[in-house]
Design a binder for this molecule. Structure first.
Ligand SMILES: [Mg+2]
Length: 166
């Protein structure tokens, strides 16, 4: 059994509200409240993965190993390749109106191109994370918790303004 979720009347614990673990637990609890209140991620002794990339990471590593491409996979090269693939994805939306951009999935050819570029982006991102030994699940969990702190629901609901300050 994990730590209990804070109740509505609970006071935040100490300066900084308890550090990353406490922030992550509060995020888990927010997820539970929006989903199934009777079961929280915090109650799970083996938390579910937010991003399950282990199989993908190994498949990409094997792909590179079989082609002897590992020497080319420096963080610099991978970051640049990732940026290139993001550019290819963005290009598919360039000059479209807001409404047209919402309709791209209706055209099978464009939908396929969007899907392919999204896959390229993910492949390079996962490969970059593997080379840099970044645990993507942990990184995503921490960033979501930080975003939840930065954009509290009561202030951010229906408001796309970017937060200012630290
Ligand atoms: Mg591509």
């Amino acid at each position: 059994m994990g730590a209990r979720c804070p109740a509505a009347g609970d006071r935040p614990a100490g300066p900084g509200h308890g550090g990353p673990a406490a922030v992550a637990r509060r995020y888990d609890c927010q997820v539970a409240v929006q989903g199934n209140p009777s079961m929280t991620v915090a109650d799970d002794p083996k938390p579910r993965a937010l991003v399950d990339v282990a199989g993908l990471r190994e498949a990409i590593a094997q792909f590179a190993r079989e082609r002897d491409w590992e020497p080319f996979h420096s963080p610099k090269n991978l970051a640049m390749a990732l940026t290139g693939e993001v550019g290819e994805l963005v290009e598919l939306f360039q000059w479209l109106t807001e409404d047209a951009s919402r309709e791209v999935a209706r055209d099978p050819v464009t939908a396929r191109r969007v899907r392919d570029e999204m896959a390229d982006v993910l492949i390079y991102l996962v490969r970059l994370a593997a080379v840099l030994e970044v645990d993507l699940d942990d990184a995503v969990r921490n960033k979501l918790a930080a975003n939840a702190r930065r954009y509290p629901i009561e202030k951010a609901r229906g408001n796309a303004n970017k937060a200012t300050g630290p």
